[in-house]
Each structure stands twice: as structure tokens, then as C-alpha cells.
Write a protein that binds this ligand. Structure first.
Ligand code: KG4
Ligand code: ZN
Length: 344
């Protein structure tokens, strides 16, 4: 089964090829530079850029995999959630290709795709199912922060999510207050690595709360007040690095403690994490230490697959086809506000 998958839900244009659930190619063109001067993704610019980039990225992926469109057995694309104009570009291209080839089209939920990204690159998913079920999955990006209980492939239930800002948004907003360029998460991570995370204690919102929800907007406000009340902190290299480390420590501790608590409560064997913030070195280290201490298997998405990519969309489509799910219609609409729910 040779599958071509497309992802265009936000600011990454990506095309992947998979054979039997193994990734042959995963080409990604990021628009981060385009949106940098606006401090966030501009939807209209994003969709136009997807239009320009999709065909070159598709050619690159087909070339890397050494296959032609005529060899395809199925085509998949993200249907939602995401930016409407951006989703339309990838979805309509995939449906057109599937229709022209008279092959099945599979519409994929973007968050469901994230659930599969930690399983790409290891042994085939069918061999890893002992680890897989049940798992608790943290999806943590610039747009989303959620905990999902995955009982088995395609059987998942959202446990909780952020009630305000996403964790990546908190990283980016704190980084902006500190004067770092957009998106500030990676730069804050780099500076935090040389700082002392205990020098300033920032609040850990909802950490002891019994729910599986998160809140990050108060943390951003406390960073604003801290900078206001500590003149010169941004001009002093050591104090600036301590500030970054303190912010990172607060976000990471909330994410890790709530994820581990959910896994214990639900009797999960495995914890997984994906989404752009899963690139964060502090989060990767702290999740590793917590899983080691509490006896969970940990599957972190490879840093190259944490951010949006078509390989994970292809993996979710592969699972749907393997489990015999109905394929989508050639004229299925985009689903910008699609909520992740139990699929079977
Ligand atoms: O998954 P993603 O590419 O896009 C969506 O938001 O859907 O995630 C991007 C987010 C940004 O907020 C970015 O600052 C954050 O992931 N991020 C990081 C790191 N790398 C990316 N945050 C903290 N530390 C990092 N190393
Ligand atoms: Zn995403």
C-alpha cells in the first residue's frame, strides 16, 4: 500500500509518502520566516504560501521516495482542525489527485495525526502495539495543549486541554516580553539551558487541580510583572538566562506532573508526547526522568516530527485503512473546528 499524505493546516506545507506504514519521504516547507515580522501566523498569507509551495514540496517528496503518482494506492490530507484557507489548499489537492487516480481518499484529524507521530521511525506500529495500548498522550504546540487517553489505535478520548493559552503560546509570549525573536520557544529553551530554574519561582497554574486541564495565561502575566519589578533584568545576561530557566521550569513542571498524574489515574503503560513544544529540551529531560521514576514507557516524537508534518498524517491514514475504516468522500469539506473524539 503506497500512500501520499498532505498537511497544510497551519504554517507548514508538507507531503509524505508511506509504504505499509513505513515513511519513505517527508518533505516539509516551513513558513516561519514569512510570518516572523507579524509575530504570529497570518491566515491569508499562509494559504497563499501553501498554494505556491505544495507542488514543489510534492515533487521533492516523490523524488526522495523514488515513486510516481501513478504508483499510489491512496491519498490522504488533514481535514481539520486548522486555518480554513490553509486546510482547503491541501485537502482539495489531495481529493483531486485521488479522484484523478480513482484511488481512495482519507481525511485525517490533525490531532489524531499527532497521536501517531511518536510511533514513526521505530519498529512498525503493529509490532509496538504492546507498548501502545493504553497510552496517555500529551499534544503540546503553539495552538494546542491537550491530554488524550489512547485505549487502542483509533480509540481515543480527550481528557483535558488548556482553558486559555496553549503552552507554546505561553513560551512565545514570555519570549516576546523578554525580547526574543518569534517564535521565541526555541530561543528561550537555548537560554534556559544555561540558567538556574530555581532563581525565580513562577506560578504553576492548575498544577494541583484534580482536572486534566491546563492554564498558562497567568504565567505570562507574572513574567510581565517580574520584568516590570526587576529593572535591568533583560540587560544582565545571567539574570536573563535565569529568567528563561524559571519560565521554562514552570511550564515543564505543570506539563509533566499533569501528564504523569493522568497516566497513573488511568492505568496507562506508556506516555507519549508530540507537537512543537515537545522539542523543548527541559520537557524531554523531565518527562524522561518522571517515566523512569514511575515505570512508564516513554515515546517522544523525534524532534523533526514534533512540528507539523505529513508523515504523521500518513500514519493516521494508514491506521484508518488498516483498521478497515470507511474512506472519505472526494468532496468531503474542510473541518476547521473539528474536535478530537473517540473515533470507533
Ligand atoms: O507544532 P507547531 O510547529 O505548530 C503549532 O502550533 O501547531 O508548534 C510550534 C510551537 C511554537 O509555539 C514554538 O515556540 C514551540 O512550538 N516550540 C518550542 C520549542 N520548539 C518549538 N517551545 C519551547 N521549546 C522549544 N525548543
Ligand atoms: Zn500540530
Amino acid at each position: 500500500m503506497l500512500l501520499l499524505a498532505i498537511e497544510t493546516s497551519c504554517d507548514e506545507t508538507s507531503v509524505a509518502l508511506l509504504r505499509g506504514g513505513c515513511v519513505l519521504a517527508n518533505a516539509v516547507s516551513s513558513q516561519v520566516k514569512l510570518h516572523e515580522e507579524y509575530g504570529g501566523v497570518v491566515p491569508e498569507l499562509a494559504s497563499r504560501e501553501h498554494l505556491c509551495n505544495l507542488m514543489p514540496v510534492a515533487r521533492e517528496a516523490l523524488g526522495q521516495a523514488g515513486v510516481a503518482t501513478g504508483d499510489l494506492d491512496a491519498v490522504a490530507a488533514t481535514r481539520g482542525p486548522g486555518l480554513p484557507g490553509a486546510l482547503l489548499v491541501g485537502l482539495r489537492a489531495a481529493q483531486g489527485l485521488a479522484f484523478a487516480l480513482a484511488k481512495p481518499f482519507v481525511g485525517v484529524h490533525h490531532h489524531e495525526a499527532h497521536l501517531y507521530s511518536p510511533w514513526i521511525g521505530g519498529e512498525p506500529l503493529s509490532l509496538a502495539l504492546d507498548d501502545f495500548q493504553p497510552n496517555v498522550s500529551l499534544i503540546v504546540s503553539g495552538g494546542h495543549t491537550m491530554l488524550v487517553h489512547v485505549a487502542a489505535p483509533l480509540e481515543h478520548r480527550v481528557l483535558g486541554g488548556t482553558v486559555d493559552d496553549a503552552a507554546g503560546e505561553c513560551f512565545d509570549k514570555a519570549a516576546k516580553l523578554i525580547g526574543l525573536p518569534y517564535p521565541g520557544g526555541p530561543e528561550l529553551d537555548r537560554l534556559a539551558a544555561e540558567g538556574d530554574g530555581t532563581a525565580h519561582h513562577f506560578p504553576r497554574p492548575m498544577m494541583r487541580d484534580d482536572s486534566h486541564d491546563f492554564s498558562f495565561s497567568g504565567l505570562k502575566t507574572s513574567v510581565r510583572y517580574f520584568i516590570r519589578d526587576n529593572p535591568g533584568v533583560l540587560e544582565d545576561g545571567r539574570r536573563l538566562r535565569d529568567l528563561c530557566a524559571g519560565v521554562q521550569a514552570a511550564i515543564v513542571e505543570v506539563l509533566v506532573s499533569k501528564t504523569v498524574r493522568a497516566a497513573k489515574k488511568l492505568g496507562a503503560k506508556c506516555i507519549t508526547a508530540s507537537g512543537g513544544v515537545t522539542c523543548n529540551s527541559g520537557l524531554r529531560t523531565a518527562l524522561g526522568a518522571a517515566c523512569e521514576r514511575d515505570g512508564f514507557t516513554l515515546r517522544l516524537a523525534n524532534p523533526t516530527l514534533c512540528t507539523d508534518n505529513a508523515a504523521m498524517v500518513g500514519m493516521a491514514a494508514h491506521m484508518q485503512l488498516a483498521e478497515g475504516c470507511n474512506t472519505s468522500s472526494f468532496d468531503a469539506e474542510i473541518a476547521p473546528g473539528w474536535k478530537l473524539e473517540k473515533q470507533n
